[in-house]
Design a protein. Structure first.
Length: 276
């Protein structure tokens, strides 16, 4: 399989005991690229994904202040994010957005921090990775007002919305990424959405170490398991598993303008951003 995990927290302490083995399992499963996500609020945590992208030519990084941590955002955090966005291994700004499920940060603070980072991402010319949970009306409104005109688009990570919400994102240049929760028996609604979205706008991810797909549910998730998400997506699209995996991998490479290099293993999808 030609697989890309478009969202994984490889710096998580959950992987401290076997991180190298975890990465090797991903490679063995056919994962050619991982987009590793760094989040805050601590300044040193914002760049947590970068060392892995520096060490492995098939890993790239993204950095942003998660809505859970918005209450901790300071000017120093914003300055650090500006610096990280200039790193040659950084592809995107995120994950950022709104989360009304837990309300770990006040909603007005989440919105302010979200808008601030969208402005920064626009200046840095980086697409954004959106975290949105039970906040779609407000999230889409902010994106429409603050982001659409940038033309930079982004990714709706771990999508949990409706088809109409997905279509509004597509109209703003977003790709829609599905995670392990789409494999759960009660997630038929997500599978129905995935069936209707144009194939060339779909991605798969693990969000590891969270949301392990059905065969591993209740266990720690890891990038190798993105194969299960790709199989489920292919099934709902009436595609062979390899076809579904290849389509989502090509979508990722096209969006981020990744080109293969001789450093990549045959059949994998790592490489260098052609625009950097």
């Amino acid at each position: 399989m030609d697989l890309i995990d478009s969202h994984a927290h490889v710096d998580s302490a959950d992987f401290d005991a076997d991180r190298q083995a975890m990465l090797e399992r991903a490679r063995s499963a056919g994962v050619g690229t991982i987009l590793a996500i760094g989040s805050g609020p601590e300044i040193e945590k914002l760049g947590a994904a970068v060392p892995y992208a520096e060490k492995h030519d098939w890993v790239f990084a993204a950095s942003g202040i998660h809505p859970h941590e918005a209450r901790h955002a300071t000017q120093a955090h914003y300055a650090e994010l500006d610096r990280l966005a200039r790193h040659p291994r950084t592809l995107a700004w995120g994950e950022i957005g709104l989360d009304y499920h837990y309300d770990h940060s006040p909603r007005d603070v989440q919105a302010d921090v979200f808008r601030h980072q969208l402005e920064q991402a626009r200046a840095a010319k980086r697409p954004v990775i959106i975290h949105c949970r039970e906040a779609w009306p407000d999230c889409l409104k902010i994106l429409q007002e603050t982001w659409r005109s940038s033309g930079l688009g982004g990714i709706f990570h771990c999508f949990s919305g409706t088809l109409e919400e997905a279509r509004r994102g597509l109209d703003m240049g977003f790709l829609v990424s599905f995670a392990g929760n789409m494999t759960y028996p009660k997630a038929q609604g997500l599978r129905d959405v995935a069936r209707e979205i144009p194939l060339d706008r779909l991605l798969v991810e693990t969000d590891s170490p969270y949301l392990a797909p059905q065969p591993y549910r209740g266990k720690r998730n890891e990038p190798a398991f993105v194969a299960e998400v790709a199989r489920t997506l292919a099934n709902v699209r009436d595609l062979a598993p390899d076809e579904g995996a290849r389509a989502t991998a090509e979508n990722f490479r096209r969006f981020f303008r990744l080109v293969q290099t001789s450093q990549c293993h045959p059949g994998t999808s790592g490489g260098t951003p052609s625009h950097l």
